[in-house]
Design a protein around this ligand. Sequence first.
Ligand code: C2E
Ligand code: MG
Ligand code: MG
Ligand code: MG
Length: 288
Amino acid sequence: RAKSAHSNEPCFYDSQMDDAVRERRELIADLRTAIDASAFELHYQVQATIPSGEIAGYEALVRWHHPVRGMVPPSEFIPLAEKSGDIVPLSIWILRQACFEAALWPNRHKVAVNLSPIHLADPRLIETVSSALADSGLPPERLSLELTESAIIHDRRFALEQLARLKAMGIAIALDDFGVGYSSLDVLRAFPFDRIKLDASFVAEIETSEQAVSILRSVAALGTTLNMPVLAEGVEQPAQLSIVAREGCGAIQGYLIGKPSRTLADAEQVRRIMALKPQIVSDADADV
Ligand code: C2E
Ligand code: MG
Ligand code: MG
Ligand code: MG
């Protein structure tokens, strides 16, 4: 019988927990095989500027087609890889793959790559990024890295140094999922991000919550003041586009203009969708 580490009390596991532990272990083993076999694929989701509808870039989102389980979402295997210590090799593959693919795009748009906090803390990151750019021929100006605030919580000084080095190379740095998790305004003071990505959970509520609109408006104003344009994530409805445009966001990303896909969203089509947003009546125009 298993004993817990800190007492003489025996530990009781229910069989469900056993299953969960076994499943996790199996998934980690599969993940290692998959990294070795490069069994991942990058999908790209378009980001577009308000109000022109011009393409601002494409975000690379990793996909894992598991031989038995089918599609395992990144929200499941990225945290697992971060805990098991497999995130750095996976992250290197993602970074190189994104650079090599983007270098072949017929357009010259930016590619945005999500960077795990653990990879940011890796002293070899700068070398990894330089060689990904050099080997693929992608100019640094076409690469953007997306980080969440959690990236600069642990060993903050080193994280900020790494970000400064990347920025000095000409790479853009975006603050991802702003407004949730460990959110604090302090992070905006700590580093000159090129863009703030407001988390999709705010956009999800702007049609029903005045409070969500107020927050959106304030973050957009703050970003504008700090010279960090705000991109609204998770825009699905034309009405949501109207509101985020009215409240001063500089760009959007979301199913409305394109889902993540192997095929890059067409610029003309994106422009057309963004031009179709319904006219919204501003407070000043409203006749009561
Ligand atoms: P994220 O970086 O915030 O990426 C945006 C997520 O929102 C993506 O989910 C995207 O498919 C989804 N999304 C975009 N527009 C909409 C919309 O209009 N409605 C809804 N409901 N969802 C939308 P995905 O691809 O499942 O990725 C989830 C998270 O996993 C990402 O959040 C990111 O944190 C992480 N992730 C994905 N790919 C990578 C990667 O290559 N490296 C790292 N380190 N993390 C990754
Ligand atoms: Mg992202
Ligand atoms: Mg995000
Ligand atoms: Mg996210």
